[in-house]
Design a protein around this ligand. Structure first.
Ligand code: FES
Length: 184
């Protein structure tokens, strides 16, 4: 991936409009010209919206002149970005080699069963999103599960239900999760 596409080419919004376009122009203005501008813009959109809506990406392309395909290239390259709304709680299970051999896959399966969703999806009530990552750097403590930034180590299949229940109780006080599964 060339570095040039990570930098905005300039904000073309000479006439500010209201609503979404104005919002995206404000984001573009904040970062345009800086190194890694596109990543910073996408981070801002995700911070505001909780994910990267297609409409916002199209507007970003329009106001910066960056090809939509390049925007999607970056948005899909980094796992910290999401093209779909995520739940209030993000559950991320490590499936790196060490965690896998210690039973990580079975933990994912059990979480998937408890939540009634496949990996990558969000529960119908919008509470939980289940994702996986490759090695989170704590191999000796695997299998590792991270929920809203809180680490659980040496997780067993029988722990899955308790972990979900713990965070379901906090459903009304936690802000929407925007990151946790950051391993590419
Ligand atoms: S493989 Fe899971 S933390 Fe390294």
């Amino acid at each position: 991936m060339g570095e040039s596409i990570l930098e905005a080419q300039g904000c073309h919004c000479s006439q500010m409009e209201s609503g979404d376009l104005e919002r995206i122009c404000a984001i573009a203005d904040r970062h345009v010209g800086s190194r890694g501008a596109l990543i910073a813009m996408l981070e801002s959109i995700q911070q505001e919206q909780g994910y990267l809506p297609e409409g916002d990406l199209r507007l970003l392309s329009q106001v910066t002149g960056i090809a939509l395909v390049d925007i999607y290239g970056v948005a899909t390259f980094y796992r910290s970005f999401s093209l779909k709304p995520r739940g209030k709680h993000l559950i991320c299970v490590c499936l790196g080699t060490a965690c896998h051999v210690r039973g990580g896959a079975a933990v994912v399966e059990e979480l998937s069963r408890v939540l009634d969703i496949p990996v990558g999806e969000t529960t119908l009530d919008g509470e939980f999103t289940l994702e996986t990552a490759n090695c989170l750097g704590a191999c000796a403590l695997g299998p590792i599960v991270v929920v809203d930034g809180q680490y659980f180590s040496k997780v067993k299949v029988t722990d899955a239900k308790d972990i979900v229940a713990q965070f379901r109780d906090k459903a009304d006080v936690i802000e929407p999760a925007t990151e946790a599964c950051t391993a590419a």
